[in-house]
Ligand binder design. Structure first.
Ligand code: AMP
Length: 441
Protein backbone atom coordinates (compact mmCIF):
# COMPACT_ATOMS: atom_id res chain seq x y z
CA UNK A 1 0.00 0.00 0.00
CA UNK A 2 1.34 3.43 -0.94
CA UNK A 3 0.02 6.98 -0.83
CA UNK A 4 0.09 7.00 -4.67
CA UNK A 5 -2.31 4.08 -4.80
CA UNK A 6 -4.77 5.99 -2.63
CA UNK A 7 -5.20 8.46 -5.48
CA UNK A 8 -4.04 11.61 -3.71
CA UNK A 9 -3.16 14.76 -5.68
CA UNK A 10 0.49 15.12 -6.79
CA UNK A 11 0.93 18.25 -4.64
CA UNK A 12 0.03 16.18 -1.57
CA UNK A 13 2.24 13.26 -2.56
CA UNK A 14 5.13 15.67 -2.93
CA UNK A 15 4.56 17.13 0.54
CA UNK A 16 4.34 13.63 2.03
CA UNK A 17 7.54 12.46 0.44
CA UNK A 18 9.31 15.64 1.58
CA UNK A 19 8.21 14.82 5.11
CA UNK A 20 9.56 11.33 4.81
CA UNK A 21 6.22 9.52 4.84
CA UNK A 22 6.49 6.42 2.70
CA UNK A 23 3.62 4.18 3.77
CA UNK A 24 0.16 5.01 5.07
CA UNK A 25 -0.53 3.96 8.66
CA UNK A 26 -3.42 1.48 9.15
CA UNK A 27 -5.97 4.20 9.87
CA UNK A 28 -4.81 6.16 6.85
CA UNK A 29 -5.04 3.12 4.59
CA UNK A 30 -8.58 2.42 5.75
CA UNK A 31 -9.99 5.90 6.22
CA UNK A 32 -8.58 7.83 3.26
CA UNK A 33 -10.46 5.86 0.54
CA UNK A 34 -13.73 6.10 2.49
CA UNK A 35 -13.38 9.85 3.01
CA UNK A 36 -12.37 10.39 -0.62
CA UNK A 37 -15.52 8.51 -1.65
CA UNK A 38 -17.55 11.05 0.35
CA UNK A 39 -18.68 8.84 3.23
CA UNK A 40 -19.25 10.04 6.74
CA UNK A 41 -16.78 8.33 9.01
CA UNK A 42 -16.47 7.29 12.62
CA UNK A 43 -12.80 6.77 13.36
CA UNK A 44 -11.75 4.93 16.49
CA UNK A 45 -8.17 6.09 16.84
CA UNK A 46 -5.92 7.77 19.33
CA UNK A 47 -3.10 10.24 18.95
CA UNK A 48 -0.04 8.57 17.52
CA UNK A 49 -1.89 6.47 14.97
CA UNK A 50 -1.63 9.05 12.19
CA UNK A 51 -5.27 10.08 12.44
CA UNK A 52 -4.57 13.72 11.65
CA UNK A 53 -3.21 12.87 8.22
CA UNK A 54 -6.01 10.33 7.80
CA UNK A 55 -8.56 13.12 7.71
CA UNK A 56 -6.35 16.01 6.51
CA UNK A 57 -5.12 14.39 3.31
CA UNK A 58 -8.53 13.58 1.78
CA UNK A 59 -9.86 16.99 2.81
CA UNK A 60 -6.98 18.80 1.19
CA UNK A 61 -7.39 16.56 -1.84
CA UNK A 62 -10.99 17.72 -2.10
CA UNK A 63 -9.98 21.37 -1.82
CA UNK A 64 -7.31 20.90 -4.48
CA UNK A 65 -9.89 19.58 -6.97
CA UNK A 66 -12.62 22.19 -6.73
CA UNK A 67 -12.63 25.89 -7.37
CA UNK A 68 -13.89 27.95 -4.47
CA UNK A 69 -16.86 30.24 -5.00
CA UNK A 70 -16.15 33.80 -6.12
CA UNK A 71 -15.86 36.61 -3.58
CA UNK A 72 -14.26 36.43 -0.14
CA UNK A 73 -13.38 32.86 0.78
CA UNK A 74 -15.59 31.32 3.37
CA UNK A 75 -14.37 28.28 5.28
CA UNK A 76 -15.21 25.01 3.54
CA UNK A 77 -13.66 22.69 6.09
CA UNK A 78 -14.15 22.97 9.85
CA UNK A 79 -12.08 20.92 12.27
CA UNK A 80 -13.37 21.06 15.86
CA UNK A 81 -10.86 20.16 18.55
CA UNK A 82 -11.02 20.16 22.37
CA UNK A 83 -7.92 22.18 23.19
CA UNK A 84 -5.63 24.88 21.98
CA UNK A 85 -2.74 22.40 21.97
CA UNK A 86 -4.53 20.09 19.62
CA UNK A 87 -5.58 23.02 17.44
CA UNK A 88 -1.94 24.01 17.06
CA UNK A 89 -0.86 20.45 16.34
CA UNK A 90 -3.58 19.76 13.79
CA UNK A 91 -3.03 23.11 12.12
CA UNK A 92 0.71 22.53 11.86
CA UNK A 93 0.16 19.13 10.29
CA UNK A 94 -2.40 20.51 7.86
CA UNK A 95 -0.09 23.28 6.78
CA UNK A 96 2.70 20.81 6.23
CA UNK A 97 0.56 18.62 3.98
CA UNK A 98 -0.87 21.67 2.17
CA UNK A 99 2.46 23.36 1.52
CA UNK A 100 2.16 22.98 -2.27
CA UNK A 101 -1.52 23.87 -2.41
CA UNK A 102 -3.10 27.35 -2.43
CA UNK A 103 -5.08 26.58 0.71
CA UNK A 104 -5.58 29.19 3.43
CA UNK A 105 -6.19 28.04 6.98
CA UNK A 106 -6.55 29.59 10.39
CA UNK A 107 -6.87 28.65 14.06
CA UNK A 108 -9.55 29.84 16.43
CA UNK A 109 -9.17 29.27 20.15
CA UNK A 110 -9.79 31.07 23.41
CA UNK A 111 -7.37 32.64 25.84
CA UNK A 112 -5.97 35.04 23.22
CA UNK A 113 -7.31 38.22 21.62
CA UNK A 114 -10.13 38.03 19.09
CA UNK A 115 -8.58 40.70 16.82
CA UNK A 116 -5.99 38.67 14.91
CA UNK A 117 -8.49 35.84 14.44
CA UNK A 118 -11.09 38.29 13.11
CA UNK A 119 -8.51 39.67 10.68
CA UNK A 120 -7.54 36.22 9.46
CA UNK A 121 -11.18 35.30 8.93
CA UNK A 122 -11.78 38.54 7.04
CA UNK A 123 -8.90 37.81 4.71
CA UNK A 124 -10.62 34.54 3.87
CA UNK A 125 -9.83 30.93 4.76
CA UNK A 126 -10.57 27.49 3.38
CA UNK A 127 -9.86 25.48 6.50
CA UNK A 128 -10.74 26.46 10.03
CA UNK A 129 -9.34 24.60 13.05
CA UNK A 130 -11.29 25.68 16.10
CA UNK A 131 -12.26 24.98 19.68
CA UNK A 132 -16.06 25.11 20.06
CA UNK A 133 -16.46 27.93 22.59
CA UNK A 134 -14.38 30.55 20.81
CA UNK A 135 -15.87 29.58 17.48
CA UNK A 136 -19.30 30.40 18.89
CA UNK A 137 -18.01 33.78 20.04
CA UNK A 138 -17.00 34.52 16.45
CA UNK A 139 -20.29 33.26 15.08
CA UNK A 140 -22.19 35.52 17.43
CA UNK A 141 -20.09 38.52 16.49
CA UNK A 142 -20.64 37.75 12.86
CA UNK A 143 -16.93 37.43 12.17
CA UNK A 144 -17.38 33.96 10.69
CA UNK A 145 -20.10 32.30 8.64
CA UNK A 146 -20.27 28.56 8.36
CA UNK A 147 -22.80 28.26 5.57
CA UNK A 148 -20.18 27.13 3.08
CA UNK A 149 -18.82 24.26 5.18
CA UNK A 150 -18.55 21.10 3.12
CA UNK A 151 -16.75 18.93 5.62
CA UNK A 152 -16.86 18.89 9.41
CA UNK A 153 -14.27 17.01 11.44
CA UNK A 154 -14.72 16.42 15.17
CA UNK A 155 -11.34 15.39 16.50
CA UNK A 156 -10.98 13.76 19.92
CA UNK A 157 -14.74 13.91 20.30
CA UNK A 158 -14.68 12.04 23.61
CA UNK A 159 -12.40 14.66 25.08
CA UNK A 160 -14.60 17.47 23.83
CA UNK A 161 -17.56 15.89 25.60
CA UNK A 162 -15.49 15.29 28.73
CA UNK A 163 -14.68 18.98 28.77
CA UNK A 164 -18.35 19.91 28.62
CA UNK A 165 -18.43 21.11 25.03
CA UNK A 166 -21.52 19.20 23.95
CA UNK A 167 -23.90 22.18 24.11
CA UNK A 168 -21.43 24.35 22.21
CA UNK A 169 -20.91 21.65 19.58
CA UNK A 170 -24.63 21.33 19.08
CA UNK A 171 -24.98 25.05 18.59
CA UNK A 172 -22.21 25.05 16.01
CA UNK A 173 -23.70 22.04 14.23
CA UNK A 174 -27.06 23.81 13.98
CA UNK A 175 -25.42 26.46 11.79
CA UNK A 176 -23.73 24.10 9.36
CA UNK A 177 -25.24 23.14 6.02
CA UNK A 178 -27.10 19.85 6.26
CA UNK A 179 -25.51 18.73 3.05
CA UNK A 180 -21.98 18.04 4.22
CA UNK A 181 -19.55 15.28 5.07
CA UNK A 182 -18.98 14.60 8.76
CA UNK A 183 -15.98 12.81 10.23
CA UNK A 184 -15.74 12.00 13.91
CA UNK A 185 -12.62 10.72 15.62
CA UNK A 186 -12.61 9.43 19.15
CA UNK A 187 -10.53 7.11 21.29
CA UNK A 188 -13.66 5.66 22.86
CA UNK A 189 -17.25 5.25 21.73
CA UNK A 190 -19.48 5.65 24.71
CA UNK A 191 -23.22 6.17 24.50
CA UNK A 192 -22.94 9.95 24.24
CA UNK A 193 -20.61 9.77 21.26
CA UNK A 194 -22.81 7.23 19.55
CA UNK A 195 -25.81 9.50 20.14
CA UNK A 196 -23.92 12.42 18.63
CA UNK A 197 -23.03 10.33 15.60
CA UNK A 198 -26.58 9.10 15.18
CA UNK A 199 -27.98 12.58 15.35
CA UNK A 200 -25.53 14.36 13.10
CA UNK A 201 -24.05 11.82 10.70
CA UNK A 202 -25.38 10.10 7.64
CA UNK A 203 -24.81 6.38 7.42
CA UNK A 204 -21.27 6.63 8.77
CA UNK A 205 -18.68 4.01 7.96
CA UNK A 206 -16.58 2.85 10.86
CA UNK A 207 -12.84 2.42 11.08
CA UNK A 208 -11.15 1.20 14.22
CA UNK A 209 -7.45 0.84 14.81
CA UNK A 210 -5.86 -0.74 17.81
CA UNK A 211 -3.93 1.35 20.28
CA UNK A 212 -0.31 1.46 19.23
CA UNK A 213 1.01 0.31 22.54
CA UNK A 214 -0.99 -2.59 23.79
CA UNK A 215 -1.10 -2.97 27.51
CA UNK A 216 0.64 -6.04 28.84
CA UNK A 217 -1.66 -8.36 30.77
CA UNK A 218 1.12 -8.93 33.28
CA UNK A 219 0.92 -5.40 34.69
CA UNK A 220 -0.92 -4.76 37.92
CA UNK A 221 -2.52 -1.32 38.08
CA UNK A 222 -3.01 0.22 41.49
CA UNK A 223 -3.82 3.67 42.75
CA UNK A 224 -3.20 5.27 46.10
CA UNK A 225 -5.65 8.03 46.96
CA UNK A 226 -3.81 10.84 48.73
CA UNK A 227 -4.07 14.56 49.49
CA UNK A 228 -1.88 16.40 47.03
CA UNK A 229 0.16 17.93 49.84
CA UNK A 230 1.11 14.45 51.05
CA UNK A 231 2.17 13.01 47.72
CA UNK A 232 5.85 13.58 48.21
CA UNK A 233 5.97 11.90 51.61
CA UNK A 234 3.92 8.99 50.32
CA UNK A 235 6.34 8.55 47.43
CA UNK A 236 9.31 8.57 49.78
CA UNK A 237 7.57 6.04 52.00
CA UNK A 238 6.87 3.73 49.05
CA UNK A 239 10.45 3.99 47.85
CA UNK A 240 11.73 3.27 51.34
CA UNK A 241 9.56 0.17 51.59
CA UNK A 242 10.62 -1.13 48.21
CA UNK A 243 14.25 -0.29 48.62
CA UNK A 244 15.55 -2.75 46.06
CA UNK A 245 13.59 -1.66 43.05
CA UNK A 246 14.72 0.77 40.40
CA UNK A 247 11.81 2.97 39.60
CA UNK A 248 10.73 5.49 37.02
CA UNK A 249 8.53 8.24 38.44
CA UNK A 250 6.45 10.32 36.05
CA UNK A 251 5.62 13.93 36.78
CA UNK A 252 3.70 16.46 34.79
CA UNK A 253 5.96 19.49 34.69
CA UNK A 254 9.66 20.06 34.12
CA UNK A 255 9.96 22.18 37.24
CA UNK A 256 8.01 19.65 39.30
CA UNK A 257 10.27 16.81 38.15
CA UNK A 258 13.41 18.73 38.97
CA UNK A 259 12.17 19.65 42.41
CA UNK A 260 11.02 16.13 43.13
CA UNK A 261 14.40 14.65 42.19
CA UNK A 262 16.07 17.15 44.53
CA UNK A 263 13.67 16.31 47.34
CA UNK A 264 14.32 12.59 46.88
CA UNK A 265 18.04 13.23 47.05
CA UNK A 266 17.51 15.18 50.27
CA UNK A 267 15.61 12.18 51.62
CA UNK A 268 18.63 10.01 50.81
CA UNK A 269 17.27 8.43 47.64
CA UNK A 270 19.51 8.74 44.61
CA UNK A 271 17.45 10.32 41.83
CA UNK A 272 17.97 11.95 38.45
CA UNK A 273 15.51 13.96 36.39
CA UNK A 274 14.98 14.12 32.66
CA UNK A 275 12.78 16.76 31.12
CA UNK A 276 12.49 19.11 28.20
CA UNK A 277 14.66 21.85 29.68
CA UNK A 278 17.64 19.53 29.53
CA UNK A 279 19.60 19.00 26.35
CA UNK A 280 19.60 15.61 24.69
CA UNK A 281 23.14 15.08 26.03
CA UNK A 282 22.07 15.90 29.59
CA UNK A 283 19.10 13.58 29.31
CA UNK A 284 21.29 10.79 28.02
CA UNK A 285 23.75 11.37 30.85
CA UNK A 286 20.95 11.10 33.43
CA UNK A 287 19.60 8.00 31.74
CA UNK A 288 23.06 6.41 31.69
CA UNK A 289 23.40 7.06 35.42
CA UNK A 290 20.09 5.34 35.93
CA UNK A 291 21.02 2.41 33.70
CA UNK A 292 24.31 2.00 35.53
CA UNK A 293 22.27 1.91 38.78
CA UNK A 294 24.03 5.02 40.07
CA UNK A 295 20.56 6.44 40.55
CA UNK A 296 17.64 4.44 41.84
CA UNK A 297 14.93 6.75 40.64
CA UNK A 298 14.45 8.40 37.28
CA UNK A 299 11.97 11.27 37.43
CA UNK A 300 10.65 12.13 33.99
CA UNK A 301 8.06 14.06 32.07
CA UNK A 302 6.14 12.25 29.34
CA UNK A 303 7.76 14.21 26.57
CA UNK A 304 11.31 13.67 27.81
CA UNK A 305 10.79 9.93 28.31
CA UNK A 306 9.50 9.45 24.78
CA UNK A 307 11.96 7.84 22.46
CA UNK A 308 14.42 6.99 25.22
CA UNK A 309 15.57 3.43 25.53
CA UNK A 310 14.59 2.86 29.13
CA UNK A 311 15.12 -0.69 30.34
CA UNK A 312 12.28 -2.88 31.56
CA UNK A 313 11.43 -2.03 35.15
CA UNK A 314 9.37 -3.79 37.79
CA UNK A 315 7.66 -0.59 38.89
CA UNK A 316 6.45 2.63 37.31
CA UNK A 317 5.02 5.32 39.57
CA UNK A 318 2.70 8.05 38.35
CA UNK A 319 3.39 10.87 40.77
CA UNK A 320 1.03 12.98 38.69
CA UNK A 321 -1.51 11.38 36.43
CA UNK A 322 -0.97 12.21 32.76
CA UNK A 323 -3.30 14.76 31.19
CA UNK A 324 -4.19 12.38 28.41
CA UNK A 325 -4.90 8.75 29.07
CA UNK A 326 -2.79 7.56 26.12
CA UNK A 327 0.27 8.84 27.95
CA UNK A 328 -0.56 6.42 30.74
CA UNK A 329 -0.24 3.63 28.21
CA UNK A 330 3.14 4.99 27.06
CA UNK A 331 4.31 5.32 30.64
CA UNK A 332 3.45 1.84 31.73
CA UNK A 333 4.97 0.46 28.55
CA UNK A 334 8.19 0.79 30.58
CA UNK A 335 7.20 -2.17 32.69
CA UNK A 336 5.85 -5.67 32.18
CA UNK A 337 7.67 -6.21 28.91
CA UNK A 338 8.13 -9.61 27.33
CA UNK A 339 5.94 -11.39 29.81
CA UNK A 340 7.71 -10.02 32.90
CA UNK A 341 5.44 -8.92 35.70
CA UNK A 342 5.18 -5.22 36.35
CA UNK A 343 3.37 -2.79 38.51
CA UNK A 344 1.94 0.61 37.74
CA UNK A 345 1.26 2.70 40.85
CA UNK A 346 -0.59 5.99 40.60
CA UNK A 347 -0.78 8.61 43.34
CA UNK A 348 -4.18 10.18 42.85
CA UNK A 349 -5.20 13.45 44.48
CA UNK A 350 -8.62 15.08 44.44
CA UNK A 351 -8.03 17.07 41.29
CA UNK A 352 -7.09 13.93 39.39
CA UNK A 353 -10.25 11.85 39.76
CA UNK A 354 -11.41 12.72 36.24
CA UNK A 355 -8.03 11.72 34.81
CA UNK A 356 -8.22 8.36 36.57
CA UNK A 357 -11.67 7.86 35.08
CA UNK A 358 -10.21 8.45 31.59
CA UNK A 359 -7.43 5.97 32.28
CA UNK A 360 -9.89 3.32 33.42
CA UNK A 361 -11.77 3.83 30.21
CA UNK A 362 -8.67 3.24 28.12
CA UNK A 363 -7.68 0.23 30.25
CA UNK A 364 -11.27 -1.01 30.07
CA UNK A 365 -11.09 -1.89 33.74
CA UNK A 366 -11.12 -0.28 37.14
CA UNK A 367 -7.86 0.53 38.84
CA UNK A 368 -7.79 -0.77 42.38
CA UNK A 369 -7.75 2.10 44.89
CA UNK A 370 -5.78 1.32 48.02
CA UNK A 371 -5.32 3.93 50.73
CA UNK A 372 -1.93 3.70 52.41
CA UNK A 373 -1.97 3.81 56.17
CA UNK A 374 -0.93 7.21 57.40
CA UNK A 375 -1.64 8.78 54.01
CA UNK A 376 -5.42 8.37 53.76
CA UNK A 377 -6.95 11.32 51.93
CA UNK A 378 -8.93 13.85 53.98
CA UNK A 379 -12.04 13.02 51.93
CA UNK A 380 -12.83 10.48 49.23
CA UNK A 381 -11.45 10.95 45.73
CA UNK A 382 -14.32 11.39 43.28
CA UNK A 383 -13.98 10.14 39.75
CA UNK A 384 -16.89 12.15 38.40
CA UNK A 385 -15.05 15.47 38.34
CA UNK A 386 -14.17 17.17 35.07
CA UNK A 387 -10.65 16.80 33.77
CA UNK A 388 -8.32 19.73 34.46
CA UNK A 389 -7.27 22.32 31.96
CA UNK A 390 -4.22 20.86 30.21
CA UNK A 391 -2.53 24.25 30.15
CA UNK A 392 -2.58 24.86 33.86
CA UNK A 393 0.67 23.78 35.38
CA UNK A 394 0.94 22.51 38.88
CA UNK A 395 2.66 24.92 41.19
CA UNK A 396 2.65 27.43 38.39
CA UNK A 397 0.94 30.05 40.55
CA UNK A 398 -0.49 32.66 38.26
CA UNK A 399 -3.77 34.40 38.54
CA UNK A 400 -6.40 31.81 38.97
CA UNK A 401 -9.02 34.21 40.19
CA UNK A 402 -10.63 34.43 36.80
CA UNK A 403 -11.07 30.67 36.79
CA UNK A 404 -12.67 30.69 40.17
CA UNK A 405 -15.21 33.35 39.28
CA UNK A 406 -18.52 31.54 39.11
CA UNK A 407 -19.82 33.94 36.43
CA UNK A 408 -22.27 32.79 33.84
CA UNK A 409 -21.08 30.48 31.17
CA UNK A 410 -22.29 31.40 27.73
CA UNK A 411 -22.42 28.73 25.06
CA UNK A 412 -22.18 25.83 27.45
CA UNK A 413 -18.50 26.34 27.94
CA UNK A 414 -16.88 23.99 30.41
CA UNK A 415 -17.83 24.56 34.00
CA UNK A 416 -15.06 25.49 36.41
CA UNK A 417 -13.72 22.12 37.39
CA UNK A 418 -14.22 22.52 41.09
CA UNK A 419 -17.90 23.21 40.53
CA UNK A 420 -18.34 19.48 41.04
CA UNK A 421 -16.24 19.23 44.12
CA UNK A 422 -17.43 19.58 47.67
CA UNK A 423 -17.31 22.86 49.54
CA UNK A 424 -14.30 21.92 51.62
CA UNK A 425 -11.86 21.77 48.74
CA UNK A 426 -8.37 22.43 49.99
CA UNK A 427 -5.07 23.08 48.32
CA UNK A 428 -3.14 26.07 47.06
CA UNK A 429 -4.41 28.07 44.13
CA UNK A 430 -1.63 26.90 41.85
CA UNK A 431 -2.58 23.29 42.32
CA UNK A 432 -5.91 23.45 40.70
CA UNK A 433 -6.48 23.58 37.02
CA UNK A 434 -10.03 24.48 36.28
CA UNK A 435 -11.42 24.27 32.81
CA UNK A 436 -11.28 27.95 32.16
CA UNK A 437 -12.15 29.96 29.12
CA UNK A 438 -8.57 29.53 28.09
CA UNK A 439 -9.02 25.79 27.95
CA UNK A 440 -9.51 26.41 24.29
CA UNK A 441 -12.97 27.68 24.84
P1 AMP B 1 -1.20 11.71 14.86
O1 AMP B 1 -1.77 10.41 15.34
O2 AMP B 1 -2.03 12.30 13.78
O3 AMP B 1 -0.96 12.67 15.99
O4 AMP B 1 0.21 11.41 14.19
C1 AMP B 1 1.29 10.91 14.90
C2 AMP B 1 2.63 11.22 14.25
O5 AMP B 1 2.87 10.35 13.14
C3 AMP B 1 2.73 12.63 13.69
O6 AMP B 1 3.96 13.14 14.13
C4 AMP B 1 2.73 12.46 12.21
O7 AMP B 1 3.53 13.46 11.58
C5 AMP B 1 3.31 11.08 12.01
N1 AMP B 1 2.76 10.38 10.83
C6 AMP B 1 1.46 10.32 10.47
N2 AMP B 1 1.30 9.54 9.39
C7 AMP B 1 2.53 9.08 9.06
C8 AMP B 1 3.02 8.21 8.02
N3 AMP B 1 2.21 7.65 7.12
N4 AMP B 1 4.34 7.95 8.00
C9 AMP B 1 5.16 8.52 8.91
N5 AMP B 1 4.77 9.32 9.91
C10 AMP B 1 3.47 9.61 10.00
Amino acid sequence: MSFESLGLAPALLRALSEQGYTTPTPIQAEAIPLILAGHDLLGGAQTGTGKTAAFSLPLLNRLSKTTPAKGPRKPRVLVLVPTRELAVQVHENLRGYARHLPVASCMIFGGVGMGPQVDALRRGVDVLVATPGRLLDHMERGSVRLDAIEVLVMDEADRMLDMGFLPAIKRVLAKLPRERQTLLFSATFEAQIKALALEFMRDPRQVQVATQNTIAETIAHRAHPVDSDNKRDLLISILARRHTDQVIVFGRTKHGCNRLAEQLETAGIKAVAIHGNKSQAQRQKALNAFKAAKARVLVATDVAARGLDIPNLPLVINYDLPMVAEDYVHRIGRTGRNGATGEALSLVSHDEGGLLRQIQRVLKKDVEMIAVEGFEPSRPIRLDVAIPNPRSKRGGGGNNNARRAPGHRPHGKPAPRHAHAGPKQRGGPGRRGGASRSAGA
